[in-house]
Design a protein around this ligand. Structure first.
Ligand code: ATP
Length: 250
């Protein structure tokens, strides 16, 4: 397998903070993986995803995408990745189709090609009849599906998702997970953060548990479960490795 992302001794401290959100973290992701970033609140998952998307700059360390250094090739890398953020990136007073047209055009897709991809995408997530409706009339699950389409119209090599199924009902969740599986089968590497350990256990080919800005453990879910005495689920592994105390920092 080919290495698609390499993270080398990455640290991030936000301005004004005395804590490291990421602390000397190193990790590789291989082409074709579905990689889950798991960890308690405040562990550093969003910070790591935002750094990998080029949205925030690390305090120190190096990042590579397909061998390209982020510091030197940020623009080129950003054209090859897709991002589905935790917060909706959609414009509430535009329609679903207008939103998707806007996001697709940022990647330089031609009008005809883009319109075809939007129609196919909306059909795939069951929203064809809502294409002309404003986003502010959509339910949370409908917005999540459009949010996902906005991140994949340009068919990225790597797709980053920050909690893609948070706050959605079981029907929307199924559509989202099926589409992600399909993308992965077509060759897209997926890196996603989640608090849904059961979902990650079944969905991910590999996971890393992050705590306090560091990687506590990484590997295939079934190997990690087997390695912890008495564990039958990823949740057992998670509690075993991260303890059960609350993570409240201000
Ligand atoms: N913009 C910011 N300015 C200062 N500190 C920040 C900022 N964003 C995050 N942090 C801090 O960095 C640490 C890591 O936060 P991050 O949001 O990456 O964690 P997370 O694992 O995604 O958490 P959650 O599961 O709650 O979403 C936390 O201590 C958080 O308070």
């Amino acid at each position: 397998m080919e290495e698609i992302i390499r993270i080398h001794q990455l640290s991030k401290r936000y301005p004004g903070s005395d804590r490291y959100a990421l602390n000397n973290l190193s990790l590789s992701v291989w082409k074709g993986e579905i990689f889950g970033l798991l960890g308690p609140n405040g562990a550093g998952k969003t910070t790591l995803i935002s750094t990998l998307c080029g949205m925030i700059k690390p305090t120190s360390g190096e990042l590579f995408f397909n061998g390209l250094n982020y510091r030197l090739h940020r623009r080129k890398i950003q054209r090859q990745i897709g991002v589905v953020p935790q917060e909706y990136a959609l414009y509430p007073t535009l329609t679903a189709a207008e939103n998707l047209y806007y996001f697709g055009s940022l990647y330089g897709l031609s009008s005809a090609d883009l319109k075809r991809r939007i129609a196919d995408g909306l059909d795939r997530v069951g929203l064809t009849e809502f294409a002309g409706k404003n986003i502010n009339t959509f339910s949370g699950g409908m917005k999540r599906r459009v949010n996902l389409l906005a991140g994949i119209l340009h068919r990225p090599d790597v797709l980053f998702l920050d909690e893609p199924t948070v706050g959605v009902d079981v029907h929307s969740k199924e559509v989202i997970m099926a589409l992600l599986h399909e993308l992965n089968e077509q060759g897209t590497t997926i890196i996603y953060s989640s608090h849904h350990l059961n979902e990650a256990q079944h969905f991910c080919t590999k996971i890393a548990i992050i705590d306090d800005g560091k990687i506590v453990v990484e590997g295939e879910p079934r190997h990690l479960i087997r390695a912890v005495s008495g564990a039958t689920t990823l949740e057992n592994v998670f509690i075993h490795l991260t303890g059960s105390q609350l993570r409240d920092y201000a």
